[in-house]
Design a protein around this ligand. Structure first.
Ligand SMILES: Cc1cc2nc3c(=O)[nH]c(=O)nc-3n(C[C@H](O)[C@H](O)[C@H](O)COP(=O)(O)OP(=O)(O)OC[C@H]3O[C@@H](n4cnc5c(N)ncnc54)[C@H](O)[C@@H]3O)c2cc1C
Ligand SMILES: *[C@@H]1O[C@H](CO)[C@@H](O)[C@H](O)[C@H]1NC(C)=O
Ligand SMILES: *[C@@H]1O[C@H](CO)[C@@H](O)[C@H](O)[C@H]1NC(C)=O
Ligand SMILES: *[C@@H]1O[C@H](CO)[C@@H](O)[C@H](O)[C@H]1NC(C)=O
Ligand SMILES: *[C@@H]1O[C@H](CO)[C@@H](O)[C@H](O)[C@H]1NC(C)=O
Ligand SMILES: *[C@@H]1O[C@H](CO)[C@@H](O)[C@H](O)[C@H]1NC(C)=O
Ligand SMILES: *[C@@H]1O[C@H](CO)[C@@H](O)[C@H](O)[C@H]1NC(C)=O
Length: 510
């Protein structure tokens, strides 16, 4: 144990490391002996394929890069690349024993600034645990806790299967799942968490348990809605479905003066209970200077998993608004879909190491007056060259499948189960200047308030946990239903009494 103590002492003595290097590198060099001692003593506890990576090691810098670094920069002193569930357990046991903070990392795209509260500690990198297997029955797939969407989607596609994942290939399956998981398939099958059959979870005390409707059902309930606060998922079993058909995708580009007309059609189509569940509506406000020098445009995508003829009436509605361009794509398979919808690994959305910041707003319906006010702020913001690459997400993925699930069966908030609209100004900018961050936060907040000003009377303010910027209160993210909130707090006390999982929009302990 003497050597564990060396590691613990070293980790704690490193204190708060900032993401700007310099003096830190010197300090690191001075401690080189301790670093090798630490490596020597943690490594034998782990499986053959795991690694321990320290600041002088070759891979260190690459493993600090996040989707939205430098803005989001949890401060790590050591990285354990776990290769098995047992590696995760050993690392959590080790860290918990010495009070060393830790944080799991999968896709690196988490963007809430509460992640910056990690003062120092161990990155438990999950990426080696990335297997994807369609189970023999064909009705479920077992997916590693560190798998990314592209890995899961392509492995399933090879077996003519699909499961509910989110939209960007670069994001993990688990990250979105733990608080929802908005998806192109949600109108048919619910959110990702509604498709969770069981999960293996490493708890704060290092035990590994199965969470399902029959095993630790209370944990299973908490995991599906507030999962980031309860443990590390090492593998999960999701329902799998036969791929029914290819997709037809129409992309319309409108001048910004069509905003109201577009949102009116969206409200009408999406608000119709008979809307097809395989119809997905989503768009962005974005600048495309060659097409419009002065204003952002609206790029609106209507996707339909089925033949073009079936979706023709919906395409016609959007065509009638008068777009500048229409780009149809037919016979799009489940892999090409990500390219067409600009969510593939090489898309702008998947860019890493560049500040991006969302300030998500979920709404019961589009209020075009409020949306216009928000869009005007977005227009002003993107006329500032620093923020010109920002986008304004206008999402209506469809709700039948989400609403069909018994709301008491998961911890997900009632607002998240009901509100069909997600508006999310996503602000992109370069560099680590404080002024850039302050200005981005101010714009994000103004846009958010403009959207909230259009809430129907009595409707609660809601932000999707995974789109939160990190300033929201408990109610705004987890709901207003006091029984549900109390149950979450009670579970937190049982499963994580020392708040080890307290860095991602956490459920408060008290
Ligand atoms: C480009 C982009 C596209 C997005 N698209 C969607 C979308 O279509 N639908 C949607 O619902 N959301 C979407 N989101 C939001 C997304 O759900 C969150 O950003 C999510 O936290 C990302 O997870 P990650 O693993 O990629 O990031 P990470 O930063 O690696 O992880 C995020 C959080 O999850 C924890 N975590 C990671 N792995 C595990 C694990 N195995 N067990 C337990 N905790 C773990 C981390 O500790 C951290 O707190 C998107 C975000 C971005 C940036
Ligand atoms: C280690 O990884 C290699 C390559 O991915 C794999 O073939 C091997 O089975 C792994 N070993 C163990 C013990 O899991
Ligand atoms: C789906 O599209 C692919 C091409 O992307 C094509 O090869 C395949 O035959 C299509 N499948 C069906 C069922 O039409
Ligand atoms: C941000 O930096 C990238 C890479 O250096 C550069 O290509 C891009 O033009 C910059 N964007 C802005 C808005 O400054
Ligand atoms: C919803 O789920 C709760 C808890 O699991 C259960 O008590 C209740 O009976 C269910 N309601 C319906 C309508 O199935
Ligand atoms: C729409 O939002 C505006 C404020 O932006 C508000 O005055 C109006 O009452 C809202 N309309 C509806 C129908 O809620
Ligand atoms: C770990 O925590 C869980 C949940 O509180 C508890 O059931 C279990 O007994 C604990 N295990 C150990 C080894 O303390």
């Amino acid at each position: 144990m003497r050597l564990s103590v060396i590691l613990a002492t070293w980790l704690s003595s490193r204190g708060a490391r900032t993401h700007t290097l310099g003096p830190v590198e010197q300090a690191v060099a001075a401690r080189a002996n301790h670093l090798s001692a630490a490596t020597t003593y943690l490594k034998p506890l782990l499986s053959q394929n795991a690694s321990v990576i320290l600041p002088l090691d070759h891979d260190w810098d690459a493993l600090q890069i996040r989707g939205t670094s430098p803005r989001v920069h949890p401060k790590f002193n050591a990285i354990v690349e776990a290769a098995t569930e047992d590696d995760v357990q050993k690392t959590v046991q080790y860290a918990s024993k010495f009070g060393i903070p830790f944080l799991a990392v999968s896709g690196t795209h988490g963007w809430t600034k509460t992640l910056n509260n990690l003062p120092y500690g161990i990155q438990i990198n999950m990426r080696k645990i990335n297997s994807v297997v369609v189970d023999p029955s064909g009705d479920t797939a077992t997916i590693g806790g560190g798998a990314l969407q592209w890995e899961a989607n392509r492995a399933l596609y090879a077996k003519n299967k699909q499961t509910v994942t989110a939209l960007c290939e670069c994001v993990s399956i688990v990250g979105p799942m733990l608080a929802g998981g908005h998806s192109m398939l949600q109108a048919r099958h619910g959110y990702i968490l509604d498709n969770l059959v069981s999960a293996r979870v490493v708890l704060a005390n290092g035990s590994a348990v199965t969470a399902s409707s029959s095993s630790n059902p209370d944990l299973f309930w908490g995991l599906r809605g507030a999962g980031h606060s309860f443990g590390i998922v090492t593998s999960l079993q999701l329902k799998a479905y036969d791929i029914p058909s290819n997709w037809t995708v129409y992309t319309f580009i409108y001048n910004s003066d069509k905003l109201e007309a577009v949102l009116d059609v969206v409200n009408e189509v999406d608000g119709n209970a008979m809307r097809p569940a395989n119809l997905v509506l989503s768009g962005v406000g974005t600048r495309i200077p060659p097409m419009d020098l002065h204003n952002p445009l609206i790029v609106y995508t209507v996707s339909y998993q089925g033949p073009e003829a079936e979706a023709a009436p919906y395409f016609a509605r959007f065509k009638a608004i008068g777009p500048i361009t229409i780009k149809p794509a037919t016979n799009v398979n489940n892999v090409e879909l990500y390219k067409i919808n600009q969510n593939s690994l090489d898309s702008a959305a998947c860019t890493r190491n560049k500040n991006s910041m969302g300030s998500g707003v979920s709404l019961p319906i589009w209020n075009t007056t409020a949306a216009r006010a928000a869009f005007d702020i977005f227009t002003k913001m993107t006329s500032d060259p620093r923020f010109s690459q920002s986008v304004f997400l206008l999402e209506n993925y469809g709700m039948q499948g989400v609403r069909a699930v018994n709301a008491s069966s998961t911890s997900l908030s009632l607002e998240e189960r009901q509100y069909p609209v997600v508006a999310n100004p996503t602000i992109w900018w370069n560099g680590s200047a404080a002024i850039g961050q302050a200005d981005a936060e101010a714009y994000g907040e103004q846009i958010r308030q403009a959207l909230f000003s259009g809430l129907p009377k009595g409707a609660n303010k809601h932000t999707y946990v995974n789109y939160a910027v990190g300033t929201e209160n408990f109610n705004q993210m987890y709901g207003y239903d006091t029984t549900r909130l109390q149950r979450l707090k009670t579970l937190k006390k049982v499963y994580d009494p020392s708040n080890r999982f307290g860095f991602y929009n956490p459920v408060p302990l008290v």
